[in-house]
Design a protein around this ligand. Structure first.
Ligand code: GAP
Length: 581
């Protein structure tokens, strides 16, 4: 599990070093919006560049050993609103919410838990059926019908303490509720037994919904649907006809352009279309720094393939995407792929895996990326709504050309006249299946920051123990790849160091620093995660040999290793660290 981090201290560090700022902070900020500072913008750019390079320009060969065909897109954020009707976002992209009538705060209904305490004597009278009602609700619906039978008797059951809390999971809700009991309440129970059930539960209407903020004491409204899409208007007149949405995902731009890409590239199945771009969701409860924001960036691939090969591709992308995070320095033990159970899957999906990361602010792993087998759902939805079914179908020319060799027919059109069965036609003309690896650039940036963050103590020049922070970024993601120092500001060293700096900055983002003692300069670079520090010293002036310090290679003395290398070799040394294999 990732080491716990004091998140307040961590956010302060990210601000002070220039990784992440609160958006419009001088006006009090805006909940759910963040800005990337000078270091943050480099880190995020490196993340997006690494993804583009490894997934779009140079993906590894597919399961059949063949090269993968991938192209990119950059679609507009605002699209024809019909796109969102077809995708289902207008109707269904909504979270049920509850508003406190007193303090007016909004809560996601599935994050609000009602807690009841029974004492142990009463617990003995609860039957299996009673218990079912507490445990088995999903999306507001009971999983087993027996729950409903038990509802009436349960509501009339006496309980001792009633609480409402806000939490991510039932377990967190129980812990939170326990901590809110007064000591005299605790004495009432020999063994307190908090039972938490989500406010979405049908048992809830009978329950008084107090605000989870106990100092408020207001009552919550029943859950109401709340669309997560930001709305705007295209044009000067603000009517329903000019209503548009800021895209809540980049994926739909890919589906909407599927035919344009096919026509302009002459791609053949299987192939992928990738896009990196901003997405907007009016999240009810943005939280955990940049983990859940209202404006964020996604890195999405829609991989189109033959239905018969779709499971092989699903497994390929699931495994490749998990591996990608490890190659960029995320420890495998912090990466947890969670395959969704049959009961969680969307009806059209044959499999979905959430690649989760053990963020230090949470007791449970949280989603970094979803890899979903989406079947033909999206293309078919757009075919239906746009009326362009033919545009969104795929004619498998390669397979047809192959099979038609043995058929007494010259063309597919001519063959259709021979009245083949629907099944026979579907072999050559079908809607491709889609595998969608959908990652969040900001979520990954947060994981990278958390993973890199190390606090330790070192002895300073005066022999005192000094606390410091070292950011152990993978070199590919580090904002600066190297820092160049003249040992002293005389004897021609600054000029030589500046020449080296100028040569390197044509290839990498590097930093020149001639201020303060070298030890201090090392410290400053460790704090912002620079993997290499290169010092121009007397040996450089005499023999063109520089000293290179490797931040993450620790020697027997417990300090970063330093080696002497020819000045002409520095560039290669950095390239080596950036190589992908
Ligand atoms: N097209 C599929 C799709 O959008 P999703 O699971 O809703 O699926 C994909 O989002 C990824 O986008 C998530 O795994 C996460 O990394 C990122 N993401 C989603 N909502 C986010 C938010 N509010 N803030 C930051 N990242 C978010």
């Amino acid at each position: 599990m990732a080491a716990k981090i004091d998140m307040a201290k961590f956010a302060k560090f990210c601000k002070e070093t220039g990784f992440i700022f609160q958006s419009s902070e001088i006006y009090g900020g805006l909940n759910g919006f963040w800005d990337y500072g000078p270091l943050g913008v480099e880190l995020k750019k490196n993340i997006k560049d690494a993804w583009w390079q490894d997934m779009v320009r140079n993906p590894p060969p597919g399961p059949d050993g063949q090269e993968i065909r991938m192209v990119g897109l950059d679609c507009s954020i605002i699209m024809n609103p019909q796109v969102w009707v077809a995708s289902g976002h207008v109707a269904a992209f909504a979270d049920p919410m509850m508003k406190c009538e007193k303090c007016e705060r909004n809560y996601r209904a599935d994050k609000v838990f009602a807690i009841r305490y029974f004492d142990m004597e009463q617990m003995k009278e609860l039957t299996q059926e009673h218990m079912a009602i507490f445990g088995e609700f999903k999306d507001g619906k009971p999983v087993s019908s027996s729950s409903f039978d038990a509802k009436e008797s349960l509501i009339s059951f006496p309980w001792k303490v009633d609480l409402t809390v806000e939490a991510d999971t039932r377990e967190d809700a129980q812990v939170s509720a326990l901590s809110q009991l007064t000591s005299s309440q605790k004495k009432l129970f020999r063994q307190p037994w908090p039972i938490a059930y989500p406010m979405m539960s049908p048992a809830v209407p009978e329950h008084k919904r107090t605000c989870p903020d106990r100092t408020c004491g207001g009552l919550l409204t029943p859950p109401r649907q709340f669309n997560l899409m930001f709305e705007s208007h295209a044009g000067v007149v603000q009517t329903d006809d000019t209503k548009v949405y800021l895209r809540p995902e980049t994926a739909q731009g890919i589906f909407a352009n599927y035919r344009n890409v096919l026509n302009s590239t002459r791609l053949k199945l299987p192939f992928g279309i990738a896009q990196i771009g901003k997405a907007f969701r009016n999240e009810v409860t943005p939280r955990n720094f940049i983990f859940r924001s209202r404006e964020f960036e996604q890195m999405e691939i829609e991989f189109f393939c033959r239905p018969s090969e779709s499971m092989t591709w699903y497994e390929y992308w699931r495994d490749l995407r998990k591996k990608w995070y490890s190659t960029l320095g995320i420890q495998s033990s912090n990466l947890i792929p969670r395959e969704q159970g049959a009961d969680e899957l969307a009806f059209y999906s044959k499999g979905t895996t959430d690649i989760e990361y053990m963020f230090p602010f949470s007791e449970e792993p949280q989603e970094l990326e979803g890899v979903a087998h989406r079947g033909s759902y999206d293309l078919e939805a757009h075919a239906k709504h746009s009326g362009k079914a033919d545009d969104l179908a795929y004619f498998d020319e390669e397979l047809w050309n192959n099979d038609s060799q043995t058929m007494a027919t010259r063309s597919f059109k001519e063959w259709l006249k021979s009245n083949p069965t629907a099944e026979e036609i579907a072999k050559y003309k079908f809607t491709p299946h889609v595998i969608e690896p959908s990652a969040g650039a900001d979520r990954f940036a947060l994981a990278v920051l958390c993973e890199a963050y190390h606090e330790d103590k070192i002895t300073d020049a005066k022999g005192n123990l000094e606390e410091r922070i070292v950011m152990r970024f993978h070199p590919r993601l580090a904002p600066f790849k190297a820092a160049i120092f003249p040992l002293v500001n005389k004897d021609g060293m600054p000029e030589k160091a500046m020449t080296l700096y100028r040569e390197l900055k044509a290839h990498f983002n590097v930093f020149y620093d001639d201020k303060g003692a070298v030890g201090r300069r090392y410290r400053r670079q460790d704090e912002i995660g620079t993997p290499f520090c290169i010092t121009v010293d007397g040996e450089t002036m005499a023999n063109d040999i520089v000293t290179i310090r490797y931040r993450d290679e620790i020697g027997a003395d417990g300090k970063p290793v330093q080696r002497s290398i020819a000045i002409g070799e520095v560039k290669n040394e950095i390239w080596k660290a950036l190589a992908t294999d």
